[in-house]
Ligand binder design. Sequence first.
Ligand code: NAI
Length: 334
Amino acid sequence: MANTRTVTIINGDGIGPEVTAATLRVLEALKVPLEFEFKDAGSEIVAKFGTNLPHETVEAVLRSGVALKGPTGTVVGGGLPSANVGLRKRLDLYASLRPVKSVPNVKTRYDGVDLIVVRENTEDLYAGLEHIIVPGVVESLKIITEKASTRIARFAFEYAKKAGRKKVSAVHKANIMKLSDGLFLDCCRKVGREFPEIQYEEVIIDNLCMQLVKDPTRFDVLVTENLYGDIVSDLCAGLVGGLGLVPGANIGERTAVFEAVHGTAPDIAGKGIANPTALMMSAVMMLDWMDLREESKRMANAILKVYGDGKVRTGDLGGGATTRDFTDAVIAAL
Ligand code: NAI
C-alpha cells in the first residue's frame, strides 16, 4: 500500500504481550494502513540483550516516529534503571498526556469525570539521579529546568486550546520546594499569560489529591512535574474504574510512544484475563496523532459500544470475560 506507515511495536513484560496482541487484532480488523515492526524492551529480554532497552529498539522508534508499547517491568530497589525512563529520555518524549474519562456503564463514585493529566516526562526526582554519599545516606537529585517547565506548560496550554478545554491547573509543592517547584510555577504563569482565554489556577499537590477524591469534575487539564504526575495519574485512573481503562501518550517533537498508564500486572500475567482497554484506547490516541481520524473514531466507538452494551467486561471491572472475549466483542462492534 502506497501510504502504509510503520509503527514500532514493543510487547513489553507481564500482561504486555497479551494486551498488545489484543490491540493489534483490533487494528488489523480496522484495516488501518499500518505496518508493524516488532522490537524488544523490558526486564524479560535482559538475559538475551544484556540490557532492558536495546539500541536497535530506540533506533527503530526514531525511524518510524511512532510506537505502541506494552508495559515494561522495573525491579524495586537494585537492578537496571527503568527502560521507560530510558526510552522517554533518549527520544526526548517530554510530554506525557493521559486522558481520564468516565466509561459508559462502569459505575464509580463519580459520573462525568473528564480530566487530562499532562505530566513533564524527562526530569524531576523521577529521573532517578541518586547516589550514596556515605553508607546510610543517599542523595536523590530533583532537577527542574526553565526549559523543560516552559515546554510542558506550553504543551498543556496549547493542548487545552486545541481541545476546547477551559482551565489549566498547575500542580506543585512550591510552598515547601520554593526554588524548584517555584521555577515550575513561574514558567506556567508566564506561558499562561499567552493564553488569556484559558483559566489558570495553581493547586498544591496534597490538596489536589483530596480535591480529586472529593470532586474530580471541578478539574479540567492538570499540568505537573514528573513524579507528581506519575502518582496523580494512578489516582485519577482509580476515579474512573481502574488502571485497565486509562490510556496514555509520551510525546516529543518528532516521535511519540503510546502506552497504557498501567504496569505489567504480575499478579494476573499469563492468565489471559487482563483488560486490554487501556492499550486499545492508547492506540486510538495514536491513530488520531497519525491523522487517521476516521479509524481512530471507529475504534473508540467500538470499545465504548462494548461498555455501553454492558455484556462483556473483564475481571478488574467485576466481569468474567477474558482478554480474548473482550477483543472479540470490540471487533464485532467495529
Ligand atoms: P500495575 O499497574 O502493573 O498493577 C497494579 C494493579 O492493577 C494490579 O493489581 C494489576 O493486576 C491491576 N492492573 C493493571 N493493569 C491491568 C489491566 N490491564 N487489566 C486488569 N488489571 C490491571 O502496577 P505495579 O504492580 O505497581 O507494577 C508492576 C510493574 O509494572 C513494575 O515493575 C512497574 O515498574 C511496572 N510499570 C510499568 C509501567 C510502564 O511500562 N509504562 C507503568 C507502571 C508500572
